[in-house]
Design a protein around this ligand. Structure first.
Ligand SMILES: *Cc1c(COP(=O)(O)O)cnc(C)c1O
Ligand SMILES: [Zn+2]
Length: 421
């Protein structure tokens, strides 16, 4: 085992996690704030030695991601610490949308119900525990929008400082949410990929080398948070894996960790092993993974994003090769939808199920709709589609289509006149 180069505080507790392991060459490292293999530069991920875990034990836990603490790199008493306890969001049966698309069984996993209204609270919750373990007092990140709010809110609750970085041209709601919880929010004149590169530089500088960047030096821990989506979906289906699942792709981390979560449930005997298809969803204005999938390539060509789905606008997604592997191995696809199709899908979901999704949800529901209408989905399969954020975060996307049908004087005559029109 290679020794970590960082000094850890005396008491660290990562639960059943025992090491970091290189995804490419398998070299193992001590659990530390490290993210890349010294041997081959491959990404590091958390490795475990799980004890026995039962359905009953999980079901008796809190109604948050902490019910799965035995499967995460966190201490056993994590639920007692000050944190936002995200997760255990609704899995909504979507019969009306299913009927519209000709599908037999459809559920929406609605992560807009998290504390800062996106899926990012899950990953940040795990990163905060890692930051505590490593003795970091400042949390940081490069963000496409949702992460900035999730980090500053979690830092506020945990009593940590925060300094987060976003592209300067984000939606107003995301700027406000990145700022209102305190800490420092810095807008960078550039794309997300440029913000991310800037953060990699900052981490090597005395200004930032003592900070916990949730998606850089804490990334192996952060990424584990996405597994909770897999656990929750399986438990909420009655301890069963879905047969088809539609997942949005930004960096691709969420998709790869949902697959890891399903694999762990099978290995631990918590669900029956049955085949599932992983379907990746991107916006056409930032679709490097969908493009590589269609071309039969194993690696992507970076793009410059231009889409209303800003939370997914990563032009050079780090986990793309693993996403392509998983999608091909499971018999799924990666598909993309235009901005107009994203808006149509947001409106379709809202009018059929009463769920108002952010543009990322428009991307997944849009891809679901496109595949269903083109006959490329199994209509009989148990299908789950993710909504990863709240529509209130991206109001501008639909504002032109969602206006009062009339503005009138408060009189019955005036109303009668508009009804007659
Ligand atoms: C960050 C994010 C995702 C997924 O991101 P990955 O980098 O692929 O893990 C999906 N939806 C929303 C709304 C997000 O903010
Ligand atoms: Zn390696």
């Amino acid at each position: 085992m290679v020794l970590a180069t960082h000094t850890k505080p005396a008491t660290t507790d990562f639960g059943a996690a025992v090491a970091l392991s290189c995804r490419e060459c398998g070299t193992r490292y001590d659990l530390g704030p490290d993210f890349a293999c010294i041997e081959c530069f491959g990404p590091l991920e958390v490795a475990y030695e799980f004890g026995p875990v039962s359905r009953e034990q999980i079901e008796a836990g809190p109604t948050s991601v902490w019910r799965y603490r035995a499967l995460l790199p966190v201490p056993a008493d994590v639920a007692d610490k000050p944190n936002l306890a995200p997760g255990w969001t609704k899995l909504v049966r979507a019969d009306r949308l299913a009927a519209e698309l000709g599908l037999r069984s459809l559920h929406i996993k609605d992560d807009s119900g998290n504390p800062t209204h996106s899926f990012k609270d899950r990953v940040v919750a795990i990163a905060v525990e890692a930051a505590r373990n490593f003795g970091f007092h400042t949390l940081s990140c490069s963000s496409t929008g949702n992460l900035a709010g999730a980090v500053t809110a979690a830092a506020a609750r945990a009593g940590l400082d925060a300094c987060v970085f976003i592209p300067a041209d984000l939606e107003q709601a995301k700027v406000v949410m990145g700022s209102v919880y305190g800490g420092r929010l810095v807008g960078i004149e550039g794309t997300y990929d440029e913000v991310n590169r800037f953060c990699s530089e900052l981490i090597g500088d005395p200004l930032g080398d003592k900070w916990g960047f949730v998606n850089v030096n804490l990334r192996p821990y952060y990424a584990e948070g996405s597994k909770t989506l897999a656990y929750e979906i399986a438990e909420q289906l009655g301890w069963r894996l879905p047969e088809q699942i539609v997942i949005p792709i930004a960096s691709g981390s969420q998709l790869t960790k949902i697959d890891k979560g399903f694999a762990e449930l099978i290995k631990l005997g918590l669900v029956e092993d049955r085949p599932y298809k992983v379907i990746g969803a991107q916006a056409a204005g930032c679709a490097p993974v969908a493009t590589a999938f269609r071309a039969g390539h194993d690696v992507i060509k970076p793009v410059k994003p231009d889409t209303i789905a800003k939370s997914l606008a990563i032009g050079n997604p780090a986990d793309a090769p693993y996403v392509l592997d998983i999608v091909r191995r499971t018999g799924g696809v990666v598909e993309d939808v235009t901005d107009d199709q994203i808006v149509d899908a947001i409106r379709l979901l809202a009018r059929t199920e009463g769920i108002f999704a952010e543009t990322a949800g428009g991307v997944t529901v849009g891809v679901l709709t496109k595949l269903a209408r083109e006959g490329r989905l199994d209509p009989e399969a148990e299908t789950v589609v993710l909504n990863t954020g709240d529509g209130l975060k991206t109001l501008d996307a639909v504002a032109a289509h969602a206006r009062p049908s009339a503005v009138i004087r408060p009189s019955l005559d005036a109303f009668r006149a508009t009804v007659a029109e």
